[in-house]
Design a protein around this ligand. Sequence first.
Ligand code: ADP
Ligand code: X2W
Length: 300
Amino acid sequence: MTDTRPADPVTPARKAEILAEALPYIKRFFDKTIVIKYGGNAMTDPHLKECFAQDVVLLKLVGLNPVVVHGGGPQIETLLTRVGKKGEFIQGMRVTDAETMEVVEMVLGGQVNKEIVNLINQAGGKAVGLTGKDASFIRAKKLLMQKLDAPAGDLIDVGQVGEITSIDPSLIAFLDKGDFIPVIAPIGVGEEGETYNINADVVAGKLAEILKAEKLVLLTNTPGVLDKAGNLLTGLTPREIDELVADGTLSGGMLPKIGSALDAARNGVKSVHIIDGRVEHCLLLEILTDHGVGTMIKSK
Ligand SMILES: Nc1ncnc2c1ncn2[C@@H]1O[C@H](COP(=O)(O)OP(=O)(O)O)[C@@H](O)[C@H]1O
Ligand SMILES: CC(=O)N[C@@H](CCC(=O)OP(=O)(O)O)C(=O)O
């Protein structure tokens, strides 16, 4: 019978060459921690989600230590709507009353966390899902947020939103050593056992810092940070970021993202990138090739 499948444009020899080209990157990142923030907006298409899970498993099997922190903003929004509530954000943070907190914990700690764990396990990995409540490894206190364009001390109360007070890295280190892949929902616990909703970018940035990660990769639903005309900014210094915040080019969810990315870069994470999670195998592209995608955040 004649094979009617279209000819593969990549020859086996080229495929072998492509694999060999990953060697310097595998050597460089071998046994190093890579924190990957999987934004709720990037988790849309089922095929892309499978690609993401495959990439994470591949990174683990070639000797890197991927740690996944996920968001779930749009997924929280869907359940809030179903229970008749409307979400509200101030400077990229969800205003979280007690009822909203229940929904947030259900969606992040349950639905989204288990979906990602399952996808990674289906792809051949050993993922373990956690929230900051497990072993109380992410401790938090109530966040009082500085209002932008207001005098210092002009604070906004956004309810049960948490500010991280400490992260205990030992649980993650233990999982890494056992070949497990940690998948973390951004929920923290207070001194009295209170539950806190923490922006996932903030958790990813702080965790990357505490784990002394080699890389922090934030997957979102834009090609990276864009200027006012919609052009991709491939690299940003702290001064350029300040200007973009001041002139309103950065808004909404990009505010906590860029703030966390910059803090991580300044506090020792060697490379920090905001990339388009809607690109197939974007993680492999970013980590194992020289075709860096998205925006690199520089420490100076
Ligand atoms: N200058 C900018 N460049 C790119 N995205 C921006 C910018 N300013 C605001 N944004 C918004 O930030 C969003 C990404 O943040 P967010 O919605 O929190 O996504 P995620 O779920 O990935 O964390 C983008 O979809 C875009 O709407
Ligand atoms: C305080 C706060 O805003 N928490 C976020 C946590 C989820 C998150 O950050 O999800 P994304 O990464 O998909 O945006 C929220 O409630 O939406």
